[in-house]
Design a protein around this ligand. Structure first.
Ligand SMILES: [Zn+2]
Length: 417
């Protein structure tokens, strides 16, 4: 992708995530100036006699959605109803992920994956590849060509899965280092490499320790799964008898810290939540996946009252959609079930700026403000959606009537007009 775009001015209704709380400032008729470097140069109210035409009549603009947890090699098994977790991995996931040693297959799915992100207005994603370094390289190249933003990890597995998807610790960590050398920081930080142990059960202690050491040495982000399903919890406790609890498994191997992003966190104890907070870890909340696999309901309040950084994740293919808006709706339902309601507005904030914070990209993206990179989406709303509450309700719950129309990353249009 070209690093520069022509300067342009967006005129329209713009939702600006607030930096101080999970809410938006609504600008009814704004001018957003985008510079040749793809950054927002200015945001102001359009004057009464404004000569700039409305960019996309009927649309509301907001920062691109940030998917904090998605599996590229599960694109074609999205919605496979073979759960719960461990059965679903064995039946639907591992056989599919084994196919990604075939570069042509990986390349075809990578194109589908990027197209699916764009179709749903996702401009940035934290992605698990398969355990195959070649497939991971193919995915990076596809994301680069598509102009998308994200971090990607080779999924580390050296035990607890079929031979076809295992890679021993030494070659796996060497492959991570090579991929990081090639892609981490690519295109002024648009792409990054993320150290990605699948979960504790799929990794030997040596691999977990090696992954942590690599992340420390190269200052790389880390992502993994945590406390998703009761059978997984029991198996993890049996596999790591010296660790006090599930969070301690990762802590004991050096994987906790501000660079770490943990998906699910459904069954944590108060002490485990406290440990995550003490280490400033981030959380990817994946309620649609949790419903689909019958994993349970993450107590969102436990994370928020400890001021943990929380983004939303589709967790495709246990999640049944690439739409962060649908995940926001699932999070709304999950919050009701857990006894603590949350507004659609707050959840859409977690799907944008909250996700950027979880990935530690909130100095670059997630806001519509001067200096931020212009990652923007336009959703086309019916004309009767006027007042503030209706706006957020429509974005979260009326997706059939409010399609994603246009998608920009760093000021460059990737989809729509
Ligand atoms: Zn996952």
């Amino acid at each position: 992708m070209e690093a520069r775009c022509d300067p342009w001015i967006l005129r329209g209704r713009v939702l600006c995530p607030r930096p101080d709380r999970p809410a938006f400032e609504v600008l009814e008729d704004a001018l957003v100036r985008v510079g040749a470097d793809g950054r927002i140069a200015g945001v102001e109210a359009a004057p009464a006699d404004c000569a700039v035409p409305v960019t996309r009549p009927g649309a509301v603009w907001l920062p691109g959605f940030v998917d904090t947890h998605v599996h590229f090699p599960q694109t074609r098994v999205l919605g496979s109803a073979s759960g719960p977790l461990l059965e679903w991995l064995a039946t639907s996931v591992f056989p599919e992920e084994a196919r990604f040693v075939d570069r042509a297959y990986a390349a075809a799915v990578a194109e589908e994956f990027c197209a699916a992100l764009l179709r749903h207005g996702t401009t940035c994603a934290s992605v698990y590849s398969s355990s195959d370094p070649g497939a991971t390289e193919v995915l990076f190249a596809a994301l680069d060509r598509a102009g998308l933003r994200g971090q990607v990890g080779l999924t580390l597995m050296d035990r607890g899965a079929p031979e076809a998807v295992l890679l021993a610790a030494e070659p796996a960590l060497a492959a991570c280092e090579a991929l990081a050398a090639r892609w981490h920081g690519h295109d002024d930080g648009r792409l990054a490499f993320c150290v990605t142990p699948r979960f504790a059960l799929s990794c030997t202690p040596a691999l977990l320790r090696g992954a942590a050491a690599l992340a420390d040495r190269l200052d790389l982000p880390v992502q993994t799964h945590l406390s998703e399903n009761p059978a997984e919890l029991a198996a993890t406790a049996a596999a790591f008898p010296d660790s006090a609890d599930y969070v301690a498994v990762y802590a004991d191997h050096g994987l906790l810290g501000p660079r770490a992003l943990f998906a699910h966190c459904v069954h944590l104890t108060d002490g485990e939540w406290d440990a995550l907070a003490a280490h400033d870890c981030a959380i990817s909340h994946c309620p649609d996946s949790n419903f689909f696999l019958g994993s349970g309901v993450m107590p969102l309040r436990a994370a928020l009252e400890r001021t943990l950084r929380v983004g939303l994740g589709t967790d495709v293919g246990a999640g049944r959609t690439f739409s962060l808006r649908r995940v926001a709706a699932a999070a709304y339902d999950a919050a009701l079930l857990s006894g603590t309601a949350i507004t659609p507005e707050a959840l859409l904030w977690h799907a944008t700026l909250g996700g950027a914070r979880a990935l530690r990209l909130d100095g670059r993206i997630g806001r519509v403000a001067p200096g931020f990179e212009a990652d923007l989406v336009a959703c086309d709303l019916p004309p009767h959606v006027v007042d503030r509450a209706a706006l957020f309700d429509a974005l979260a719950f009326r997706r059939d009537d409010a399609a994603v129309g246009a998608v920009y990353v760093r000021g460059r249009r990737l989809r729509g007009g």
